[in-house]
Design a binder for this molecule. Structure first.
Ligand code: SAM
Ligand code: SF4
Length: 432
């Protein structure tokens, strides 16, 4: 905490540049040149809460409310997994009896059951992370059985007074401590993969960074496992939601870069999610400060993947998006910048989660498995979903990766070549 507070207050421009360069170096050490992509899937916009910044808040009379049926969830997933080529989702829920833990469990089952034939193989969601309300231990146990992925709950603001102002009294969300300790309950329930975050713009960003670091250290201390991901969304405009326009704590682009740098330096092992709330220009710059995950082809209107809804001023979504580029475009751009998009989820399926993955990440070893699996899953994706141009650019990156492994004489090189050739010939889902 002392070190973070010292770095937060650095004024010297050169020193900031040095810190930013170091952030990228750390990211490379832990995650190499890999980027992971995902899409948000919003399940409904009914909510009992009244968060002043959110278009889903109960009192927003202009919102068109609905909750997806299981057959609609199936259709949305078929598009995401079968047409766009996503393997990972963040599934987002309002807090409402219609989207309670039973609904969430059933919706996750529905998502995992979707399997779509593609050109060469199958499109399937292999990892569904969840962003939802803070649950009880019992509810979390239920979700853990289905396979909840990373359980994300953002504290929004760590500042008590502000928390009280933006989450009106009498609503479920007004209970600061219930929200703060939900990750403790998650560990108690056996969910060892959790994501934390703050909504930047509600209060002084420096305070929120300290809050996030403190929260991470507390989880490490109590459970030996820190957050698998940290999110740092900036407050966006939202329909019929004046508060979301940005007040005196609105975070400038310059400060946003500092936030990302500080989180990377203070929580070096964590995954960092840079969402399509930000514009392409900002994402291009900020991803190089140590981010690991980007969403792409994102639609956040309820049911919007199926009906093509992209109404940015609409009444069906929580806030406005800054980046509406497709997965193909983002993968291509990352490849042009020398980064490989990994569609790998093998780590979770082989039990490399929780404490195990923390140790691997801390020692830089997880990177080895990931590098191999990134090559294999990227090859799959290029064959199944990429445009011709993206395939050409992507193949160059793969060749470079394979060459590096050969040059460094990794013992698994022959096995990698064997798997790679088998995938090229149409086999799927081979991993280390
Ligand atoms: N309802 C659950 C909750 O509030 O925790 C989960 C879903 S909520 C739709 C996901 C996150 O979106 C919130 O935790 C909040 O940080 C973020 N959010 C809400 N309004 C936003 C806005 N206007 N701009 C950017 N992010 C926003
Ligand atoms: Fe509901 Fe979450 Fe929006 Fe608050 S942020 S109104 S809890 S959906």
């Amino acid at each position: 905490m002392d070190e973070t507070s010292a770095l937060i207050n650095v004024r010297d421009k050169d020193l900031w540049e040095e810190m930013m360069a170091l952030a990228l170096k750390i990211k490379h050490k832990v995650y190499d040149n890999r980027i992971v992509t995902f899409a948000p899937l919003y399940m409904g916009n009914r909510c009992v809460n009244n968060c002043l910044y959110c278009a889903f808040r109960h009192d927003n009379d202009l919102a068109e409310r609905r909750v997806l049926s299981f057959s609609e969830i199936k259709t949305e997933t078929e598009i995401l997994a079968g047409k766009i080529g996503h393997k990972r989702l963040i599934v987002v829920y309002g807090e409402h009896p219609e989207t309670d833990a039973d609904y969430i469990a059933e919706s996750l089952k529905t998502i995992y059951n979707v399997k779509v034939k593609t050109k060469r193989g199958w499109g399937q969601i292999r990892r569904a992370n969840v962003n939802a309300a803070p649950f009880s231990v019992e509810e979390l146990k239920k979700l853990n059985e289905i396979g909840i992925g990373t359980y994300q709950v953002f504290q929004e603001t760590y500042h008590h007074e502000t928390y009280g102002k933006v989450h009106p009294k009498g609503t479920l969300k007004s209970d600061y401590a219930w929200r703060l300790y939900c990750m403790h309950r998650a560990f108690e329930a056996g969910v060892d993969d959790v994501g934390i975050g703050a909504l930047f713009g509600l209060y002084d960003w420096k305070f929120e960074v300290m809050g996030l670091v403190c929260h991470s250290l507390e989880l490490e201390k109590q459970f030996g496992i820190g957050p698998h991901t940290v999110s740092f969304p900036r407050l966006e405009p939202a329909a019929n939601t004046p508060f979301a326009g940005g007040g005196k704590h609105k975070v400038t682009d310059e400060d946003f870069k500092k936030i990302v740098t500080l989180i990377r330096l203070a929580v070096p092992y964590t995954g960092m999610i840079l969402t399509a709330r930000e514009t392409p220009e900002i994402r291009r710059e900020v991803v190089s400060l140590g981010c690991t995950q980007l969403d792409a082809s994102s639609r956040i209107g309820i049911g919007a993947y199926a009906d093509g809804y992209s109404g940015q001023k609409g009444r069906r979504q929580q806030f406005l998006l800054g980046d509406t580029r497709t997965l193909d475009e983002i993968v291509r751009e990352e490849a042009e910048r020398g980064r490989i998009t990994s569609f790998c989820t093998a780590g979770y399926r082989c039990g490399r989660t929780g404490e195990c993955v923390m140790n691997l990440l801390r020692s830089g070893q997880e990177g080895k498995f990931c590098k191999l699996n990134a090559i294999l899953t990227f090859r799959e994706w290029l064959d199944d979903f990429a445009s011709p141009l993206t395939r050409t650019v992507g193949e160059k990156v793969i060749q470079r990766e394979i060459e590096q492994i050969k040059k460094e004489k990794w013992s698994v090189y022959p096995k990698l070549v064997e798997y790679y050739e088998r995938i090229k010939n149409g086999e799927r889902d081979l991993f280390f």
